[in-house]
Design a protein around this ligand. Structure first.
Ligand SMILES: [Zn+2]
Ligand SMILES: [Zn+2]
Length: 230
């Protein structure tokens, strides 16, 4: 007969279920411990149009002067530590648990004012996709679609120009770099309101370029959901 007390068994099972918090290393039954999760740099007061941090009012100066083509941008986080680290791990190390955690926080914090017709991930150029192995925006979109029931489409548009990475470019260079980078292939007749999904939004030139293509193709309203905003 096994001399194995049930209390030992419970202890061992508990031990197996515990993991270390990905950020601080303390015992946690989730990827991030409660303290690290609540300390993340959640965005609070932001511009309605572009999600830049804002002290008062609804629109930032830039959007007041020059309204962007997209209607509303929502971002869960500011792109600072440790969110930049989490996104980089998700993006370049194909860490799906981290990506799914970010997706779950997007589902929790992004507001659905009106239900959009479709979710669309920002496409990668096929060459970049081959190099990286997967598109982090598509993975985020899959998670959000699964947990909100809003359908997704990943072949309605494509990246036809393999642009150099936007990192390190000035705002005007980014806009030129991304010009004519996207092509809208097909949209369904009943799509009026779509959401573009990306991991990080910086100057907004990427989503702006893609938004313009969708508006040209007949979409009435384009919003953007991103995990973090620089
Ligand atoms: Zn922690
Ligand atoms: Zn703005």
């Amino acid at each position: 007969m096994l001399n194995f007390k049930s209390s030992n068994f419970i202890l061992i099972t508990k031990r197996l279920l515990l993991q270390n918090c990905f950020l601080c290393g303390s015992d946690s039954n989730q990827l991030l411990c409660t303290a690290c999760l609540s300390d993340l740099p959640y965005q609070t007061s932001t511009c309605y149009n572009c999600a830049k941090p804002l002290k008062t009012g609804n629109l930032c100066k830039q959007c007041q002067q020059n309204l962007p083509p997209y209607t509303r941008v929502q971002a869960v986080f500011s792109y600072v530590y440790p969110v930049n680290k989490l996104i980089s791990v998700a993006k370049f190390k194909e860490n799906l648990p981290v990506l799914n955690l970010l997706g779950s926080l997007m589902v929790k914090y992004l507001q659905i004012e009106t239900r959009p017709d479709i979710l669309i991930p920002i496409p990668l150029h096929p060459k970049r996709l081959r190099q990286r192995g997967y598109n982090q925006s598509l993975e985020l979109t899959k998670y959000i679609s699964k947990h909100t029931g809003i359908p997704l489409s990943y072949n309605s548009c494509q990246r036809i120009k393999n642009t150099r990475p936007q990192v390190g470019l000035s705002t005007s260079k980014r806009a030129t770099n991304i010009q004519d980078a996207f092509k809208v292939n097909k949209i369904k007749k009943n799509w009026q309101y779509i959401i573009l999904i990306d991991d990080v939004m910086t100057t907004g030139s990427t989503v702006e370029a893609l938004t313009k293509e969708f508006l040209k193709a007949g979409i009435k309203r384009v919003d953007v959901w991103c995990c973090a905003r620089r």
